[in-house]
Write a protein that binds this ligand. Structure first.
Ligand code: MRU
Length: 346
């Protein structure tokens, strides 16, 4: 029987006047959408990780610009554009690593720079297009990735690169969805410390689509690979440099090193909007460091103590550890500056 894949999980819903954001800090215990009607609110929702995942952050920021234009043109202030630009700057400071945020804001700015007769309608149309295009790109990547690895018995994913991290359907999870629709495959998900995107989001999201998944502690990955249960690691990305170096959730680099050691292949799945052609390699990617409190047990947070925490939340996997990069416009095997250039769209 063919399994029908539908969009059961949505991180963001646009009502035309408000952005509804699924509060991912509460998933899976609570499924709660919060309404945002200002750019400041959206900026805070990104910074606090109510919405997270590179493409979803970009889409949310695009709607944040719509809300800003709605407010400032509605107030009929002569300097409305300067106020919108200030909101765009604020949104750009919400998180540093995912390039989709800056890509989406640049697209919104370009629409305003063209001085449309009806600015609000123009930016709303652009944000909706960014959202719809992301879903279409994800579906295309799912098919491409599944074509590449047909016949596999098991895969491991890390963090959440699913519908919750995108406009819908997901990047790494789009490949897993497409694959599962074609053949049986054993799916493993790393819990993804310290924020537990794998344990709280990925296994829940897959279960909403009827896809069984097995959770492992991050520290079990080497032993899983050693067991022979997986053929591929499949992950998303927050920013890919022109040579194929890929920033993703902390722990991704460790998985790539382990995969090489165990003869397991390593796939990065991301839309073109995640490629930063302005940087030659991954050394130029800013890696976000979040509050040590996200990592430290409470007893160390509440008093002066010698115990500190270092909490980088992304790392960079060098291109030479990546077997394939899958985007909506093509697949690059063994990525390098030369092979990546084929993905460049005019
Ligand atoms: O800190 P997060 O949860 O925003 O990190 C998300 C990731 O690292 C994802 O793997 C990445 O954004 C790709 S999402 C399609």
């Amino acid at each position: 029987m063919t399994k029908q894949m539908r969009l059961s999980v949505e991180a963001l819903k646009w009502t035309g006047a408000k952005l509804q954001v699924l509060d991912q800090r509460k998933v899976p215990e609570q499924i709660v959408y919060q309404d945002f009607d200002s750019a400041a609110g959206v900026s805070e929702a990104i910074a606090s990780m109510r919405v997270r995942g590179a493409p979803a952050i970009g889409i949310a920021a695009a709607y944040g610009v719509v809300l800003s234009v709605m407010k400032h043109t509605g107030e009929k202030t002569p300097d409305w554009r300067a106020r919108v630009d200030a909101d765009i700057d604020m949104l750009a400071k919400s998180r540093p690593t995912a390039v989709n945020l800056f890509w989406a804001l640049n697209r919104m700015k370009a629409v305003l720079d063209a001085s449309p007769a009806e600015p609000l309608a123009a930016v709303a149309a652009e944000a909706e297009l960014i959202h719809a295009d992301d879903i279409a790109a994800n579906r295309a990547m799912g098919e491409r990735g599944a074509d590449l690895i047909g016949g596999v018995k098991g895969v491991l994913t890390h963090c959440n690169a699913g519908a919750l991290a995108t406009g819908g359907y997901g990047t790494a999870l789009s490949v897993i969805r497409s694959l599962y629709a074609r053949q049986p495959v054993k799916v493993f998900a790393g819990e993804t410390r310290p924020w537990l995107q794998g344990a709280r989001l990925t296994v829940w999201e897959l279960s909403q689509d009827g896809i069984p998944a097995t959770l492992i502690a991050d520290s079990a990955a080497a032993w899983l690979m050693r067991s022979g249960a997986i053929d591929w690691v499949i992950v998303g990305a927050d920013r890919i440099a022109a040579n194929g170096d890929a920033a993703n959730k902390i722990g991704t680099y460790a998985l790539a090193v382990l995969a090489r050691q165990h003869g397991v292949k390593f796939m990065v799945v991301a839309p073109n909007s995640t490629i930063d052609w302005t940087i030659a390699d991954g050394s130029r990617i800013e890696i976000e460091e979040r509050d040590p409190a996200e990592l430290l047990p409470a007893c160390y947070r509440e008093q002066e103590t010698l115990v500190k925490a270092w909490n980088p939340v992304f790392d960079v996997t060098p291109a030479d550890l990546i077997s394939a990069i899958v985007t909506e416009s093509g697949v690059v095997l063994n990525p390098s500056a030369e092979s990546m250039a084929r993905l460049k769209i005019a």
